[in-house]
Design a protein around this ligand. Structure first.
Ligand code: SAH
Ligand code: SF4
Ligand code: F3S
Length: 490
């Protein structure tokens, strides 16, 4: 039987890393700020937007004199930044919260706070369900954390789950968490207006809004000046990024925009960030097939430092299922976007997300997902079976009627096929030489370093004279499903 956890493949650079990481280390607090003697600990789940938000939370807390710790046993404040995307993501958080009861036993004054998407979805109900929790804060209310902490310190339960149409935290300088000092995420927008019928994100993150490009470019420049060499621009649907100095134009939906409206779009932003320095690699995630048009591809082709990698979630290979999912594209449109990528950017690696066993999915429709995978041969995929989320369009409209055994079998078929494709794609890289940005030591050996090529593949190699943060040429000598191995070429 397939383990639920195996349906998820952890991957640093995706919107989807569900691994727990992100403990903050700010031993001295922020320069010039008087420590208040209290320590906080933060743990993040879910997508990279959540990890990026934890860096905002850390910044707000440090500005107010809190100092971080990696050990929750010594924390006065324990925060969990949560994810609601699937039932098992929520279950993991509930299990983890149980561990924190020891904190309260040892230190009765310690406070436990729940942040992020589960906080937003469950609101006050969280306090009833989990007695342990003192503070519940939604993703748009992090500026209010110091007040909420004071409220909780006075013995009340503190909740702020207001969503905003404006908040982008543009002026808050994130405190980089678990940073390797080489790669960083920059949040360029928040929320989502897409309403895919299976998805809880529009309810937990609110309306889509883009961040002022000046603050994005300044953040990229600042990171570069501090020695970072790669930024990933983050949004649930980066292709619908748009900014206008005119708030009326800014408030319009993509389809309401007129040609005469003065709008700075994602292609413009990508170009501007690429121009910060040819030595700064630029990545982005996630692209939506309906909005990813050729203008973005042409900008990618124009700049060597924009990485040749696109994560383009397909969800299903069958047009009728896509329609029920409210993805607003069909199989032909998706294939047209793949053809455009192959034509304009022939060396680009493509990865995807797939949901199997969505409401009403027949065996034939499942086979169409396998066939679109065969046609495209993705480099990598995140594969899930459908998990009904309360309040979503699908939960209201359709019955979750695919049997669990069928969901699991279909998922196993999809995973097996993807394994074949990942191995074949990696095998095809044997003997090729790639430019690699050195990121860190390999987990297995201090004699090896690792880093990614433009296509986002991790390559491990004997360290030689290479240093972290440097670009080097690496020739591929071996491969597995997940990584490449190689040696430095002088
Ligand atoms: N904004 C991104 C995806 C964010 S959620 C996009 O539109 O592509 C990440 C992935 O989780 C989705 O692409 C989808 O494959 C999966 N997912 C979302 N809701 C799900 C659900 N209810 N059940 C199973 N998988 C889900
Ligand atoms: Fe969810 Fe769809 Fe928005 Fe992605 S685009 S976050 S899947 S609603
Ligand atoms: Fe991300 Fe999970 Fe929320 S995927 S947006 S943290 S529901």
């Amino acid at each position: 039987m397939l383990d639920l956890k195996e349906t998820f493949q952890a991957h640093d650079h995706s919107l989807l890393s569900e691994d727990r990481q992100g403990e903050v280390i700010v031993k001295e607090g922020l320069r010039g700020i008087q420590p208040n003697g209290k320590r906080f600990y933060i743990e993040s789940y879910g997508c990279q937007m959540n990890f990026s938000d934890s860096e905002i939370v850390a910044s707000v807390l440090c500005e107010n004199g809190y100092v971080s710790t990696r050990d929750y046993n010594e924390a006065d404040l324990v925060f969990v930044n949560t994810c609601s995307i699937r039932e098992n993501a929520e279950q993991r958080v509930r299990n983890r919260l149980k561990n924190f009861s020891v904190v309260k036993r040892r230190k009765p004054d310690a406070l436990i706070g729940v942040l992020g998407c589960m906080a937003e979805r469950l609101k006050e109900k969280f306090l009833e369900e989990e007695q342990l929790v003192d503070i519940v804060v939604g993703p748009d209310a992090y500026r209010h954390l110091p007040d909420l902490i004071s409220e909780a310190e006075s013995g009340q339960k503190a909740v702020n789950v207001l969503l905003s149409r404006e908040e982008t935290y543009a002026d808050i300088s994130p405190v980089r968490l678990s940073s390797n000092g080489v790669t960083a995420f920059i949040s360029i927008m928040r929320g989502c207006d897409n309403m895919c019928s299976f998805c809880v994100v529009p309810f937990t993150r609110g309306r889509e809004r883009s961040r002022n490009p000046k603050s994005i470019i300044a953040e990229a420049q600042d990171l570069f000046d501090k020695g970072y060499r790669e930024v990933t621009l983050l949004g649930q649907n980066v292709d619908s990024y748009r900014w206008s100095e005119d708030p009326k134009v800014r408030g319009k939906k993509l389809i309401e925009l007129k040609d005469t409206d003065d709008v700075f779009n994602f292609a413009n932003l990508l170009e501007a960030v690429a121009q910060v320095s040819p030595l700064l690699r630029v990545r982005f995630s996630t692209s939506h097939p309906k909005d990813m048009l050729d203008d973005v591809l042409y900008v990618m082709a124009k700049y060597d430092n924009i990485c040749e990698y696109i994560h383009l979630p397909v969800q299903s290979g069958n047009s009728e299922v896509l329609n029920r999912m409210n993805r607003t594209y069909d199989r032909a449109w998706y294939m047209n976007r793949i053809d455009a990528i192959r034509k304009i950017l022939p060396n680009t690696a493509i990865s995807t997300d797939i949901i199997t066993g969505f409401c009403g999915e027949t065996e034939e429709q499942h086979k169409e997902t396998l066939s679109i995978m065969q046609e495209i041969k993705y480099e990598m995929a995140y594969m899930f079976f459908y998990s009904e989320r309360p309040g979503t369009l699908a939960a209201k409209r359709y019955e979750d009627d695919v049997l669990e055994v069928d969901k699991k079998r279909r998922l196993a078929e999809i995973i097996d096929l993807q394994r074949e494709h990942s191995i074949a794609r990696n095998k095809a890289d044997l003997g090729k030489t790639f430019e690699v940005l050195v990121e860190k030591y390999s987990k297995r050996s201090k004699d090896d370093l690792c880093g990614r090529n433009s296509q986002n593949k991790m390559i491990v190699f004997p360290k030689g004279d290479a240093t972290i943060g440097e670009y080097i040429q690496v020739k591929v000598t071996d491969y597995s499903q997940a990584i490449l191995k190689g040696e430095i070429i002088a």
